[in-house]
Design a protein. Structure first.
Length: 278
C-alpha cells in the first residue's frame, strides 16, 4: 500500500513535490497501489518511485522521469507517456494497452509479460530491454529502437515495425504473423523458430540473421538483404523473394516451392540439397 504522506505530497501539486524530493534525495517514495487514474504528472520526478500495482489509467506522464521506477503490475492503459524517461524501469506484467509511449526511453527496462496491445511506440527506445513474452499485438513500433532487445516468445502479430531497428535482437519463438517489417534492420537477429508467416519484410536488412526452422510461409521478402543468413529447415513455401539477396545464405533442408527463388541473387548460396549455387 502507498505511503499516505508521499501520496498526499504528490497530489498537492508539482511545486511541493519537487521541493520535497530535492530535500530528501535518499528517500524512495512508496506509491504502490495508489489510485492516480487520470492524474496530471507531466514532467514529474518519479525516479526510483515504487508504483507497483498503481492505477495510472489515462494519466499524463509526458516527459516524466521514471528512471528505475517500479511499475510492475501497474495499470497504465491509455496513459500518455510521450518522451518519458523509463530507463531501467521495471514494468513486469504491466498493463499498457493503447498507451502512448512514442519517443520514450525504455532502454534496459524490464517488461517481461507486459501487455502493450495497440500501444503507440513510434521511435521508442527499447534497446537492451527485457521483453520476454511481451504482448505487442497490433502495436505501432514504427522506427523503434530494439537493438539487442530480448523478445523471446513475444507476440508481435499484426504489429507495425516499419524501419524498426532490431539488430542482434533475440526473437526466438516470437510470433510475427502478418507483422509489418518493411525496411526493418535485423542484422544478426536471432529468429530461430519464429513465426513470420504472411509477414511483410520487403527491403528488410537480414544480413547474417538466424532464421533456422522459422516459418516464412507466404512471407514477402522482396528486395530483402538476407546475405549470409541461416535458413536451415526454414519453411519458405509461397514466400516472395523477387530481387532478394540470398548470397552465401544457408538453405539446407529448407522447404521451397518450385519457383520460390526465381529472381533472387544466389551467389554462393547453399541450396536445400546441400549443393552450392555458383
Amino acid at each position: 500500500m502507498a505511503n499516505l504522506e508521499h501520496l498526499k505530497l504528490l497530489q498537492q501539486g508539482p511545486v511541493g513535490w519537487i521541493k520535497w524530493r530535492n530535500r530528501h534525495h535518499t528517500i524512495e517514495p512508496d506509491l504502490s497501489e495508489a489510485n492516480l487514474e487520470g492524474a496530471n504528472l507531466r514532467g514529474a520526478n518519479l525516479k526510483h518511485v515504487n508504483l507497483k500495482g498503481a492505477q495510472l489509467e489515462s494519466a499524463n506522464l509526458i516527459t516524466a522521469n521514471l528512471t528505475k521506477a517500479n511499475l510492475s503490475l501497474a495499470y497504465l492503459s491509455l496513459a500518455c507517456m510521450i518522451d518519458a524517461n523509463l530507463i531501467e524501469a521495471s514494468l513486469v506484467s504491466a498493463h499498457l494497452m493503447q498507451a502512448e509511449l512514442s519517443y520514450a526511453d525504455l532502454s534496459h527496462a524490464n517488461l517481461i509479460g507486459a501487455d502493450l496491445r495497440g500501444a503507440k511506440l513510434m521511435n521508442v527506445n527499447l534497446s537492451h530491454a527485457n521483453l520476454i513474452g511481451t504482448d505487442f499485438r497490433e502495436a505501432n513500433l514504427k522506427g523503434a529502437m530494439l537493438n539487442e532487445a530480448n523478445l523471446r516468445r513475444s507476440n508481435l502479430s499484426d504489429a507495425s515495425l516499419i524501419h524498426a531497428h532490431l539488430n542482434r535482437a533475440n526473437l526466438t519463438d516470437a510470433n510475427l504473423h502478418e507483422a509489418e517489417l518493411i525496411g526493418a534492420y535485423l542484422y544478426q537477429a536471432d529468429l530461430e523458430k519464429a513465426n513470420l508467416s504472411q509477414a511483410h519484410l520487403g527491403g528488410a536488412y537480414l544480413f547474417g540473421a538466424n532464421l533456422g526452422t522459422a516459418d516464412l510461409e507466404g512471407t514477402d521478402l522482396r528486395w530483402a538483404n538476407i546475405t549470409g543468413a541461416n535458413l536451415q529447415a526454414a519453411n519458405l513455401k509461397g514466400a516472395r523473394l523477387e530481387g532478394a539477396h540470398l548470397n552465401k545464405a544457408n538453405l539446407t533442408g529448407a522447404v521451397l516451392d518450385d519457383f520460390t527463388l526465381e529472381g533472387a541473387s544466389l551467389q554462393g548460396t547453399i541450396l536445400p540439397d546441400g549443393t552450392i549455387h555458383r
